[in-house]
Design a binder for this molecule. Structure first.
Ligand SMILES: *[C@@H]1O[C@H](CO)[C@@H](O)[C@H](O)[C@H]1NC(C)=O
Ligand SMILES: *[C@@H]1O[C@H](CO)[C@@H](O)[C@H](O)[C@H]1NC(C)=O
Ligand SMILES: *[C@@H]1O[C@H](CO)[C@@H](O)[C@H](O)[C@H]1NC(C)=O
Ligand SMILES: *[C@@H]1O[C@H](CO)[C@@H](O)[C@H](O)[C@H]1NC(C)=O
Ligand SMILES: *[C@@H]1O[C@H](CO)[C@@H](O)[C@H](O)[C@H]1NC(C)=O
Length: 355
C-alpha cells in the first residue's frame, strides 16, 4: 500500500559481491538455520487466542501471497538494471542484498500473471479461513508488562482504486499489518494499517467474530488491502481528492491456521524464530530475511515508460513497499507513527485515522 519513492544511487557491483559471498557459505548457513530452529521460543498463547479474524472483499482479485513464491518470480534490480536472475533471491540470501534493491516482476505485470494475483492464497471458500499463503506473526516484548503482537499480511500485488475513471497506485508487493498490544497478557488496543497511516481502537470497542468471541473482526479493503474495523465504504484522501476503499465480509481469513512466527527484540532490533504453523515453505528456519530493508516490488516507472502516467503527483504505477522491519516494530504508542497517536473508543466515524 505504502509506495515509497526512492532514487537508488549505488551500482549493482556491491550486490554482486554479496551474492557471491552468500552462495559461498551454504553449509554454515544451514547450520545456523538449524540452530535457530532448535532455539525457537513459542509465541505466547494469547497471540493466537486473540488474533484478528479477517475478511477479504467479496470481489477481491489480488489475494494473500507466499513470500517464497514472490521471490521465485522476481528479479533483483538496482536502478532498473538486473543484478541477478529471476528467482535467484531466496529467503536465505535476501538479507545479503543492499537496501536499494527492488524485487522486480519477471513478467509484464499488465499481463497479470497468476503468481501476481495469487489465487492460490484465496482463503478456503468453505469458510474455514485457511489460506495457503502464510501470514507472519511477530511478537515484540516492550517491557515486563507490554507485548506487541504484529500480524503481517503480504500480497504480491496492490490494485489501486480508480479515481476520475483512471487507475492509480498499482504496485508489485504489498505489506499490511495489524498490531495488538497486550498488557499483562490482556489485549488492550489494536492498530490497523491503512495506506500511509492507520487507525487504533481500544480492544473492547471492536466487533468480535461470531465463530470465536475472542477474535476481533478486521476487514481488508478490495485491492488496496488496507485494514478497517468496519464493513462498508471507507474514505481517504489522495492528491486528486477523496477516494473510497470498500470492505465487506467476503472471504474469511484466519491467519492462525498458516503463519510464520517470529520474535522481534526491540533493544537489539533483531529477529529470532518462534514456532509457527506454516505449511508454505521449508525455508522458514531462517529469520534473516526480515532484516532486509529493500523493496518488495518494482521501482516506480518513469512517466511514459511501461504505460506509466502521473497526474497531480499520483501515478498509475508506484514503487513496491519496504518490509515489516521498517514499520516501527519498536513503537512506543500503538500507532505506526508515534507522534500524535490517538486510540479511538468507538467505531462510528469511518473517516478518521489515528496515524
Ligand atoms: C475489486 O477489485 C477487483 C480487482 O482486483 C476489481 O476488478 C473489482 O471491480 C473491484 N470491486 C469493487 C467493488 O471495487
Ligand atoms: C521456485 O521455482 C523452482 C523452479 O521453478 C521450483 O522448483 C520451486 O518449487 C519454486 N518454489 C516456490 C516456493 O514457488
Ligand atoms: C495449525 O493449524 C491447524 C489447522 O488449521 C490447527 O488445527 C492448529 O491448531 C494450528 N496450530 C497452531 C499451533 O496454531
Ligand atoms: C534482547 O537481546 C538482549 C541482548 O541479547 C537480551 O539481553 C535481551 O534479554 C533480549 N530481550 C528479550 C525481550 O528477549
Ligand atoms: C512498557 O512499554 C510501553 C510501550 O513502550 C510503555 O508505554 C509503558 O510505559 C512501559 N511500561 C513500563 C512499566 O515501563
Amino acid at each position: 500500500m505504502v509506495g515509497i519513492a526512492s532514487s537508488p544511487t549505488r551500482l549493482g557491483l556491491a550486490a554482486f559481491l554479496l551474492v557471491g559471498l552468500a552462495t559461498a557459505a551454504p553449509s554454515s548457513k544451514r547450520a545456523a538455520a538449524a540452530a535457530a530452529a532448535a532455539a525457537a521460543v513459542p509465541l505466547p498463547d494469547y497471540a493466537i487466542t486473540y488474533a484478528p479474524w479477517s475478511y477479504l472483499y467479496s470481489s477481491e482479485g489480488t489475494f494473500p501471497s507466499d513470500i517464497t513464491v514472490h521471490l521465485n518470480h522476481t528479479i533483483p534490480e538496482v536502478n532498473y538494471a538486473a543484478i541477478g536472475a529471476a528467482g535467484s533471491v531466496t529467503v536465505d540470501t535476501l538479507d545479503t542484498y543492499a537496501s536499494d534493491v527492488y524485487l522486480t516482476s519477471a513478467d509484464d505485470i499488465s499481463d497479470e500473471p497468476a503468481w501476481l494475483l495469487s489465487d492460490y492464497g484465496m482463503p478456503d471458500v468453505g469458510g474455514s479461513g485457511y489460506s495457503a499463503a502464510p501470514g507472519l506473526i511477530i511478537a515484540a516484548e516492550k517491557n515486563e508488562s507490554v507485548v506487541d503482537v504484529f500480524y503481517f499480511y503480504f500480497y504480491s500485488y496492490n490494485w489501486g482504486r480508480p479515481v476520475i475513471g483512471l487507475e492509480f497506485d498499482l504496485h508489485v508487493g504489498d505489506w499490511e499489518h495489524s498490531m495488538t498490544r497486550f498488557v499483562d497478557g490482556v489485549p488492550y488496543a489494536i492498530y490497523l494499517s491503512e495506506h500511509s497511516a492507520g487507525s487504533a481502537y481500544y480492544w473492547d470497542v471492536m466487533d468480535f467474530s461470531t465463530q470465536d468471541a475472542n477474535r476481533p473482526i478486521t476487514y481488508v479493503a478490495n485491492g488496496s488491502h488496507a485494514n478497517y474495523a468496519t464493513a462498508g465504504t471507507q474514505e481517504y484522501t489522495i492528491a486528486l481528492g477523496i477516494v473510497t476503499d470498500v470492505t465487506d465480509a467476503g472471504y474469511a481469513w484466519d491467519i492462525t491456521q498458516n503463519y510464520r512466527g517470529y520474535w522481534y527484540n526491540t533493544s537489539t532490533a533483531t529477529f529470532s524464530l518462534a514456532t509457527g504453523n506454516s505449511t508454505g515453505a521449508t525455508e522458514e528456519a531462517s529469520p534473516s530475511w526480515l532484516a532486509w530493508t529493500g523493496y518488495w516490488g518494482d521501482e516506480q516507472y518513469a512517466d511514459g515508460v511501461e504505460g506509466q502516467y502521473c497526474l497531480f503527483g499520483e501515478c498509475l504505477y508506484t514503487s513496491g513497499p519496504t518490509g515489516p522491519v521498517t514499520k516501527n516494530l519498536g513503537r512506543e504508542t500503538v500507532c505506526q507513527t508515534d507522534d500524535g497517536c490517538v486510540i479511538f473508543d468507538d467505531l462510528d466515524d469511518l473517516t478518521k485515522q489515528s496515524k
